[in-house]
Design a binder for this molecule. Structure first.
Ligand code: ADP
Length: 366
């Protein structure tokens, strides 16, 4: 029985890859980022590593370089998997390179061949790199929306495909309906992520072209905020959402689009807030406008990043999580369509407060 280390930041894929390794009869060591993977490798000395290319913290390439610089781990073969096509020089560091979505049969044979090579203690075999463009996150920011969607969608797509393949194998091997049901729930989650991505891309494209229309009607601001906060409270019972008392005012809004802005601010507060921490929400009003503030106690945003966080595709380096950098771009554009704006105050390490301000509904004089 061999020890195989699997490093992958997408939880559904990590679980699927681990399941596949266990089914091959090997011991699996799971890591959800590059730093954990290196620690585990140093401690456990695996016979083979399966690693994602893009991971928070240490990337797959940095992991391979660290392994190769360690006398005990230098010869451990690495199967590198990636949605993007890394440069040839990086691919050459790996025992095998597999593009996502990964074909499970090919992953299995790569693992088995890698183990055979590792046991024979043969020379570190190189992989004949295939030509292809290098796709880096920076260059992606300059590409058009279509290639961005194609790139971003690959992770949930490959997770869903892997889960579908495992489900089909499960039917053949007679696994319990309970196991199948759990896989289907995970698969659905990945499909919903894809749906979210496509919707965000469509909204962003429409906003950029000036083609988005909003229907502004008198709307009860407090009720709208309350509904959003309750929804998030149900969705994340581990987070305390504290909505303070505040004025009840009527604003001019497209309720669906305004809700979209609120959802983005609240979901960012959960994503980047302190784990299981609280999120505070309060309303304020002047004689011309109303505002809602969402405060979290999370990682905060460096001062130098603040002017850029509303840019299309912009993500603060090391943010982690599952962002795609379109949420605030869309939220800011939608708030402008309401005649409003979003402001932000943040302290690195101390949390962030995002405030959406929109004009009040003006009653016609009678
Ligand atoms: P994403 O889908 O990446 O979350 P957004 O456009 O909503 O996209 O946010 C852009 C970036 O701004 C995020 O990737 C994150 O780095 C930063 N950010 C947004 N909200 C917060 C917050 N509440 N705390 C810390 N950083 C945040």
């Amino acid at each position: 029985m061999a020890k195989i280390l699997v490093a992958e930041d997408e939880p559904a894929l990590l679980e699927s890859f681990c399941e596949l390794v266990s089914a091959l009869g090997h011991t699996v060591l799971a890591a959800s980022d590059g730093d954990d993977a290196l620690d585990l490798a140093r401690r456990e000395q695996p016979d083979l590593v399966v690693s994602d290319y893009m991971m928070p913290g240490r990337t797959g390439v940095e992991l391979m370089l660290a392994l190769q610089g360690d006398p005990v781990l230098a010869k451990v073969p690495v199967v590198l998997v990636s949605a993007a096509r890394p440069p040839r020089s990086e691919i050459a560091l790996a025992w095998r390179f597999l593009g996502k979505p990964v074909d499970l049969t090919i992953l299995e044979s790569s693992i088995l061949e890698g183990l055979a090579a590792s046991q024979a203690r043969g020379p570190h075999a190189g992989f004949a790199p295939q030509p292809g463009p290098h796709v880096s996150p920076d260059s992606l920011a300059r590409e058009d929306m279509l290639s961005w969607v194609a790139h971003e969608i690959k992770t949930p797509l490959s997770a869903a495909l892997t889960l579908a393949e495992l489900t089909m194998r499960g039917f053949e091997s007679g696994e319990t309906p309970d196991t199948t049901a759990k896989r289907l729930v995970k698969m659905r989650r990945q499909l919903l992520r894809m749906d979210e991505l496509v919707n965000a891309a469509l909204d962003a494209a429409q906003l950029q072209e000036g083609g988005m229309e909003v229907e502004l009607v008198p709307t009860d601001f407090r009720e709208l905020v309350e509904r959003a906060v309750h929804y998030f409270g149900d969705l994340y019972p581990e987070v305390a959402f504290e909505l303070a008392d505040g004025p009840s005012v009527e604003i001019e809004a497209d309720a669906q689009r305004l809700r979209q802005i609120l959802d983005n601010l609240l979901s960012n507060a959960v994503k980047y807030g302190a784990k299981n921490g609280n999120v505070e929400i309060w309303l304020a009003a002047t004689d011309r406008s109303a505002s809602v503030s969402v405060k979290d106690y999370g990682r905060g945003i460096p001062q130098s990043e603040l002017p850029h966080i509303f840019d299309r595709f912009h993500r603060v380096a090391g943010s982690g999580g599952r962002g795609h950098g379109l949420g605030l771009y869309i939220a800011a554009a939608l708030s402008r369509l309401h005649g409003g704006e979003i402001g932000v105050e943040s302290t690195p390490g101390g949390g962030s407060t995002f405030t959406l301000t929109v004009p009040l509904h003006r009653r016609e004089p009678v």
